[in-house]
Design a protein around this ligand. Structure first.
Ligand code: TXA
Ligand code: MG
Length: 336
């Protein structure tokens, strides 16, 4: 499983990672959202290996990770005062901003798009690694394409194994859901992927954000209909939760964000504290744990679609094979 490539994110190992990156290798590293698989942004051959290792189609552009505000001038053509305000507010942190790119950014990073997505992660290990390497890192989530994003070093090793030179282990990622991706066109802001920073928070800084998620895979291919999928089929529950306890749901497990008034053995609670942040932080790792269990399927209960709940529902929908309903005390599964 390649666990021998996992090393604690000590200062010495981070420096080793930086050396690997300078030689054109790949290093997986923790961020506050999920683990990333990094390559030097100006090294097209190294970036090409990211696509190979992940099995990711070349039409899906990567996010570039920076460690200083100066770095953005090597990537973006122009930075307006409003964008400055935006990144000063949310960086370091889980907001990715998409703007027209400089010619020096290799096409392979942006999948040929004239724009480049950039963010500054709020994680000591990620920032130190970028600084030591001396250049920004192109880095997607460090999972096999289409699979659940990894929030632990072991999950990276499980998906990518020996194809990566080094996995820096920084423990479990705090947020557990990926960054919010925001497209900026002049003074117009469009949400391309809901994420760890909510639309409501962004709107406080820049005014109205267009939240129509464009489905075009060219605009945000991570928004493919089925993505983030666990190998156990997941069905999103619709209806009255109380009805669920009247029926026999066989070898299915119920995945609930919060504690429920009725509990069965086969219920997994994402946040015993009833905290949406904890739901997000545990979601992907619990899905991976359920893959290793003997359950035949997952019935996931929804959260309210506001704030961080928007990102959680987005990931649940994309992870799902369809919806689950109760009719006449029977669990009905409807594939999408
Ligand atoms: O939290 C995160 O964002 C994590 C950590 C590692 O930073 N990264 C991550 O990367 O989730 P990835 O590759 O799994 O998702 C990147 C998303 C995709 O939906 C991609 O289509 C979109 O960003 N994206 C990247 N460049 C873009 C561009 N120029 N225009 C539109 N969307 C872009
Ligand atoms: Mg991803």
């Amino acid at each position: 499983m390649g666990v021998e490539v996992i090393h604690p994110a000590s200062w010495e190992n981070i420096r080793k990672g930086a050396e690997i990156l300078k030689r054109g290798g790949l290093v997986a590293f923790p961020t506050e959202t999920v683990y990333g698989l990094g390559a030097g942004v100006f090294l097209p051959q190294a970036v090409a290996r990211i696509f190979e290792v992940k099995g990711r189609p070349r039409f899906d552009p990567l996010i570039v990770h920076v460690a200083s505000f100066q770095d953005v001038y090597t990537l973006w053509r122009e930075v307006s005062p409003l964008v400055e305000k935006l990144i000063e507010t949310f960086w370091p942190g889980p907001l990715t901003v998409v703007l027209p790119k400089r010619e020096t950014v290799p096409d392979i990073v942006t999948a040929g798009l004239p724009t480049v997505a950039v963010r500054m992660p709020a994680h000591r290990v990620a920032l130190t690694l970028i600084r030591e390497a001396g250049f920004p890192l192109a880095a997607p989530s460090a999972n096999r394409f289409g699979h659940v994003s990894p929030t632990r070093a072991e999950e990276v090793a499980h998906d990518l194994g020996d194809a990566v030179e080094l996995i820096l282990d920084g423990g479990k990622c705090e947020m557990g859901v990926e960054s919010t991706v925001l497209l900026v066109e002049e003074k117009r802001f469009t949400l391309l992927r809901p994420g760890a920073v909510s639309v409501e928070e962004i709107e406080k800084v820049v005014g109205k954000v267009d939240i129509r998620i464009r489905s075009s895979h060219v605009l945000a291919p991570g928004m493919l209909k089925k993505h983030y999928a666990p190998s156990v089929p997941l069905y999103l529950f619709e209806g009255n939760i109380a009805d669920l306890w009247q029926c026999n749901f066989g070898n299915f497990v119920v995945l609930s964000p919060f504690v429920l008034p009725f509990l069965r053995e086969s219920t997994v609670i994402l946040s015993p504290r009833c905290d949406l942040k904890e739901v997000a932080s545990n979601l992907f790792s619990v899905l991976r744990e359920l893959e290793r269990s003997s359950f035949a399927g997952i019935v996931a209960l929804p959260v309210e679609e506001e704030g961080l709940g928007r990102a959680i529902m987005d990931r649940l929908r994309r992870a799902s094979s369809g919806i689950a309903k109760v009719e006449e005390n029977k669990l009905i599964l409807i594939d999408k």
